[in-house]
Design a protein around this ligand. Structure first.
Ligand code: ADP
Ligand code: MG
Length: 403
């Protein structure tokens, strides 16, 4: 008979336990960053280096095939595919980097680079809408990522603001390759997956009609169109509280650039959206074509317009203006000869001089400040000894007048 302690010891020595232990030995799990249907994403710290990562912990304990991983397409297999694709697309600046993988029969741990600024979805919720300039930066990065994925023959199938993360510099990282698939050049897919508001018409048709031709990588470009629309105005193009109506709107390509939200958006932005939200996938722009659309060319034009000489000249003018303003307080005012002649008392420096002369001549009228000497008040002749001093001031005045 096997005792409970023996059983525990036996379990502790299973290779799976070692795998989980391996993760916990290397990383210290912290708070939850996000949750999916069967996964939890936690912040974790690498014990040896103190570096932070995001660990996606997938619970595969309910998987039908368990550790066997055969038969039907299980969560384990789905996770394996996600890992394979993540490794295949590794190395692109705008795609999430997978650092480490730990697998057991109950859990899979995927250790990703950490995106401290979270989901684009939350960012958009906070700011409500994005400026065209900001949308341009994000969409350009997104098309570059999609172009790279498609070159690698991968279709993401779940592009949406929740699956686009923002790193420390607010650059995007496309994540969640749970629905991603490898696809051969002319291969067509038929399975229904993704998120309702972002589903392309041909994907819906493939799951509704038996003779539908299926879908390919173009579904990612449709999702990009929905994302771009949403970023600019803060609400999605096909949304309806009744999901059936929303899906019908998608299939009919029924959306509008409503007023007043779209009034100030440029024609280039609208044109790019129009060329992405095209019902026929063959007529839809691909990622490479989208990057060449005039909406993005204006970024380059602005860069080309940069003139180092002009900018430097402008900087010099700015500095000179600032110095002038700073010195203004201490700069002497230019006084015209006419003003000195006609109204010398208007000029502060002359006024002081005139007052000084008058005081020196008549100050004996004022006894110790404010008490007046009555007898002196009747003296109408200036004191003779002071007249000598005042003659110097008069000389000064005379010189000034000649100036
Ligand atoms: P699921 O397949 O379950 O949707 P995701 O890979 O999309 O799993 O991750 C779920 C959520 O966890 C994301 O929407 C995001 O909020 C958060 N998350 C995932 N990866 C990271 C990461 N590298 N950095 C920060 N947060 C992340
Ligand atoms: Mg997700």
């Amino acid at each position: 008979m096997v005792g409970r302690a023996d059983l525990q010891e036996f379990e502790d020595h299973l290779p799976d336990k070692d795998v989980a232990r391996g993760f916990y030995a290397k990383y210290e799990p912290k708070e939850v960053l996000g949750r999916g249907v069967s996964s939890v994403v936690r912040l974790c710290v690498e014990k040896e280096t103190g570096r932070e990562y995001a660990a996606k912990i997938i619970d595969i304990s309910d998987d039908e095939s368990g550790g066997g991983h055969q038969n039907s397409f299980t969560l384990y297999q789905a996770s394996q595919r996600e890992i394979d694709i993540l490794r295949l697309v590794d190395g692109h600046h705008y795609i999430i980097k997978l650092y480490d993988v730990f697998e057991s029969s109950t859990y899979i741990f995927l250790v990703f680079e950490l995106c401290k600024n979270g989901e684009l979805f939350d960012y958009l919720t906070n700011v409500v809408t994005l400026s065209e300039k900001r949308t341009k930066v994000i969409m350009k990065q997104l098309f570059e990522a999609v172009d790279y994925l498609h070159q690698k023959r991968v279709v993401h199938r779940d592009l949406k603001p929740e699956n686009i993360l923002l790193d420390d510099n607010y650059n995007i990282k496309v994540t969640d390759f749970g629905f991603a698939r490898m696809i051969a050049p002319y291969e067509r897919l038929f399975d229904l997956c993704g998120t309702p508001g972002y589903l392309a018409p041909e994907l819906l048709r493939a799951s509704m009609y038996e003779n539908a031709p299926g879908y390919g990588q173009e579904v990612d470009l449709w999702a990009c169109g929905v994302i771009m629309y949403t970023l600019l105005v803060g609400f999605p193009p096909f949304w309806h509280r009744k999901q059936m109506i929303m899906l019908r709107n998608i299939m009919e390509g029924k959306y509008e650039f409503c007023s007043p939200e779209w009034d100030d958006v440029t024609e280039e932005a609208k044109d790019l959206i129009r060329k992405l939200l095209v019902i026929n996938p063959m007529e839809r722009l691909n990622a490479n074509q989208a990057l060449k659309h005039p909406f993005f060319l204006s970024i380059k034009t602005q860069a080309a317009k940069f003139n180092a000489r002009k900018t430097f000249k402008l900087a010099i003018v700015c500095v000179r203006v600032l110095i002038r303003i700073k010195r203004y307080k201490y700069t002497t005012e230019l006084i015209s000869l006419e003003t000195i002649r006609t109204a010398p008392y208007k000029i502060k420096i002359l006024r002081k001089m005139v007052d000084g002369c008058a005081f020196r001549i008549y100050h004996h009228w004022v006894k110790h400040g404010d008490v007046q000497n009555r007898a002196a008040l009747f003296e109408n002749r200036p004191k003779m000894d002071l007249l000598r001093n005042s003659s110097q001031d008069e000389k000064l005045l005379h010189n000034l007048q000649c100036y």
